[in-house]
Ligand binder design. Sequence first.
Ligand code: SAM
Ligand code: SF4
Length: 437
Amino acid sequence: MTTLPASFRIKSFGCQMNVYDGERMAELLGDNGMTPAADGEDADLVVLNTCHIREKAAEKAYSDVGRLRREDGSRPLIALAGCVAQAEGAEAQARSKMIDIVVGPQSYHRLPEMVAEAALGRRPIDTAMPALSKFDALPRRRKAAPSAFLTVQEGCDKFCTYCVVPYTRGAEISRPWDDVVAEADALIEGGAREIVLLGQNVNAWRDGPRRLDALIRALSKIDGLERIRYTTSHPADMTDGLIAAHGEIDKLMPYLHLPVQSGSDRILKAMNRDHTADSYRRLIEQVRAARPDLALSGDFIVGFPGESDEDFTRTLSIVDAVGYAAAYSFKYSARPGTPAAAMEGAVSPHVMDERLQQLQERIAKSSLAFNRSCVGRDTRILIDRKGRQPGQMIGKTPWLQSVFVETDAAIGDMLDVTLTSALRNSLGGALRTAVAA
Ligand code: SAM
Ligand code: SF4
């Protein structure tokens, strides 16, 4: 048997699912005797866990490969993982001789044996898509951050015309109920207090007749689990049960990431989005009726082919109408093989830049207004990292805002605070006992 190299480093880009996959690969390599390289130390194996969603993200993967050559001309073993690996397969190795291993998101449970092959000078590729078998082959979770990701659903059948996900992550599949509950139990045993259920279309999750709301309800009964979140959702899969769950399950946090992409029905139709601006707004009203303090976030694309000034103005209006607590906005990027890449009416880069800037200003205004509306509230935060100042820690509110607070509490603690000040991306807080004193 070939011995594996001693140390590894995994760099994950893109979505939270890649962060989850990166953690699982690290556990797998660790179980096979490899150790993570310390900060600043050369690793024997570098895994680039890549994102293909926009062209820039995909190109970054190759420039990152180039940078791995060391000053003396040597280099680590290099594995290209994630969605660029899936989309490009053997092409990736043709493009860069430095890539030893190409492994897609559904095959990374085979990473240790592929590393062993690469150590013998071979160049293994695996971009097969065996539904769910990777989860069966992965080790049980042992250590978890206070807020831990748990992938419950992968792939997508929605085929929005701009998006590569249905091609890189494959068809929509849900992990079975028992597997998810077992992994949640293990994460809580390993130290997690919050679980974020992940999926490209997480609210499409199902096991027989049981939908995501039933799963959340069952997880909420686990002792030691304080908070549950889920992301990313599609408007078409917001079931009545899930909407009601927001009003009924205390541990389900009052936060919903529900991308709309555009405020123009014409563009939504061309995007194959399955909803209109109005149906989206009505949906938001329903979830807010169930949970009035709900914080909303979304995704937007500007410059989709054929987007006129008027279409874009409708997008700005939806930001005003919804009052997002946060939102992500992107310039449209034509992706090879997607229907939108062949559409006419390309929007010039200059117009895209202007629209993106306007949209981001509008979103910033909305976030600031939301944060300001929270000042004075008493709430609970989950400490997840240290602040820059001595004695300062940062924690998350139920509405996913970062709060800076002076405390000697540790990462993973939950603190009762009063929110005292607001900026666009964060709030200041004071310990409740300290406020009362
Ligand atoms: N499944 C989710 C959904 O339906 O919205 C998210 C999928 S994707 C990983 C995250 C976001 O990237 C999308 O919501 C969309 O705003 C953006 N995106 C996807 N394809 C894009 C493209 N070709 N150009 C620009 N942005 C894109
Ligand atoms: Fe992509 Fe649309 Fe599927 Fe989201 S719903 S992953 S944007 S195809």
